[in-house]
Ligand binder design. Structure first.
Ligand SMILES: Cc1cc2nc3c(=O)[nH]c(=O)nc-3n(C[C@H](O)[C@H](O)[C@H](O)COP(=O)(O)O)c2cc1C
Length: 360
C-alpha cells in the first residue's frame, strides 16, 4: 500500500502523516491524541514548556490514546545580548504596550539548558516513543541516552547540509522544512535567507544525499500534497498549518480565523516577534517593526520581550499584534475535526491513485 513506508514501520503508525509539534498552545492533548488515534503521529509542541508542564501533557495524551505519539523540543540557544540592545528593543515595543495599557516591561528570560535537560529526562521517564528537535542538534550524549531507551529521534533541516549533519549525529529520520513552512525556520547552519528552499526542490535533493528517511514539510495541506511529497521520495510528511485550524487545536480563535481567511501572498518571514525568522500572516505589528527586522535581539530574547504584548493582544482581541504563524498554503485550510481531515486526505489519495491507474 502507498502508505507503508520506513517511517510508518519505525514509528509503528498506519499513515505516513505527522502533526508538527507546535509550541505555544496549539497542540492540546486532544489534538495530539486525535491524530495518533487516526493512525498518524501526534506531537506535543513542548518548546516553551517546563518539565512539569510537559509531564502533565504527556499524561493527558496517554489517557486519550494508547497509540504512539511524540514530543517536539527546541535546542536551547544563548546569544550574548547587551543591556543597550534590550533597552533599544523595549523602546520600539513601548508604543504597543501603551496601546494595550500594559504597564510592565517583560522580564528577559534566557534559554535554559537545564530546562532542556529536564525535558529530556521527562521524555525518558515517561517512555515517550518519539522525540523530535528543531533549531539545531542535540549533543551526542543526549542522542545516545534517547536511543538506549528505544526512543525514535527526528531532527529538522532546512538545507541538505543540515540533513547530513542530522544523519551524522544519529537521527533516525529528518524533517526537511521547505521555505513554504509556517512557524519558525529550523535553520542552524549559515544564514536563513540562503536556506529558503522550496519543498519541491528540497525533498528530492535531500533524499539523494542521506540514507535516513526524509519527512517533507512546508505547504502540505491535503491528499495531493501528501502524495506529491511521497513521489519526490519523502517517506512521510509533517503538517503544521493544516492542524492549526482543526477543531481540536488550541490555537487562539483569532489565529484560526486569520489562517482560514488568508491567501498565499499574505504570509511573510519575520524576526520581529521572536528574534528568529518565522513565517506568519502579515499584520500591523510586523509592518511597524519591519525597519528593525535586522536589529531586534536574537531569539529567545526578543520572544520574551514581546510575550506580554502577544498575550494581551489576544485577550483584547487585537490580532494585528499577535504572531499568526501560517504556511504559504492557507487557502487550503479548513475548520474541521482531525478525523474528518484524515478521512478527506485518505479518500483524496485513493481517488488520485485509482484515477491515475485507470488513465494509464
Ligand atoms: C503555528 C505553528 C507552530 C509551529 N511550531 C513549531 C515547533 O514548535 N516546533 C517545530 O519543530 N516546528 C514548528 N512549526 C513548523 C512545523 O514543524 C512545519 O515545519 C510547518 O508547519 C510545515 O509547514 P506548513 O505549516 O505549511 O504545514 C510550527 C508551525 C506552525 C504553523
Amino acid at each position: 500500500m502507498w502508505y507503508e513506508t520506513k517511517v510508518t514501520r519505525t514509528l509503528n503508525i498506519k499513515y505516513p502523516i505527522i502533526q508538527a509539534g507546535m509550541a505555544g498552545g496549539v497542540t492540546t492533548p486532544e489534538l495530539v491524541a486525535s491524530v495518533s488515534n487516526s493512525g498518524s503521529l501526534g506531537n506535543i509542541g513542548a518548546g516553551y514548556m517546563s518539565a512539569e508542564q510537559l509531564k502533565v501533557n504527556i499524561e493527558k495524551v496517554k489517557q486519550l490514546t494508547d497509540k504512539p505519539f511524540g514530543v517536539n523540543l527546541f535546542i536551547p540557544e544563548s546569544p550574548e545580548i547587551s543591556e543597550k540592545e534590550i533597552n533599544k528593543a523595549n523602546e520600539w515595543l513601548q508604543p504597543f504596550r501603551e496601546e494595550l495599557n500594559l504597564s510592565e516591561v517583560s522580564e528577559v528570560k534566557k534559554a535554559n539548558a537545564l530546562i532542556f535537560e529536564a525535558q529530556i529526562k521527562v521524555i525518558i521517564e515517561e517512555e515517550v516513543p518519539v522525540c523530535s528537535f528543531t533549531f539545531g542538534l542535540p549533543s551526542k550524549e543526549i542522542v545516545e541516552r534517547l536511543k538506549k531507551k528505544n526512543i525514535v529521534i527526528i531532527g529538522t533541516a532546512t538545507t541538505v547540509k543540515e540533513a547530513v549533519a542530522n544523519e551524522e549525529i544519529g537521527m533516525d529520520m529528518v524533517v526537511v522544512q521547505g521555505s513554504e513552512a509556517g512557524g519558525h525556520r529550523g535553520t542552524f547552519m549559515g544564514s536563513f535567507e540562503d536556506a529558503m528552499i522550496g519543498t519541491m526542490a528540497f525533498v528530492p535533493q535531500t533524499v539523494d544525499h542521506v540514507n535516513i528517511p526524509v519527512i517533507a514539510a512546508g505547504g502540505i495541506m491535503d491528499g495531493r500534497g501528501v502524495l506529491s511529497a511521497m513521489i519526490l521520495g519523502a517517506e512521510a510528511v509533517q503538517m503544521g498549518t493544516a492542524f492549526v485550524t482543526s477543531l481540536e487545536s488550541g490555537a487562539k480563535e483569532q489565529h484560526k480565523e486569520a489562517v482560514l481567511r488568508s491567501f498565499e501572498d499574505q504570509t511573510v518571514v519575520t524576526s520581529t516577534f521572536s528574534g528568529k525568522p518565522a513565517r506568519g500572516i502579515r499584520n500591523k505589528f510586523i509592518t511597524k517593526m519591519e525597519s528593525h527586522e535586522k536589529e531586534v535581539p536574537k531569539y529567545p530574547i526578543q520572544n520574551t520581550l514581546t510575550q506580554s504584548i502577544r498575550k494581551e493582544a489576544a485577550k483584547q482581541n487585537r490580532p494585528e499584534w499577535m504572531s499568526l504563524w501560517c504556511g504559504q498554503n492557507p487557502r487550503s485550510s479548513k475548520q474541521q475535526s482531525v478525523s474528518e481531515m484524515m478521512s478527506e486526505i485518505l479518500s483524496e489519495i485513493d481517488s488520485i491513485v485509482i484515477g491515475k491507474i485507470k488513465e494509464w
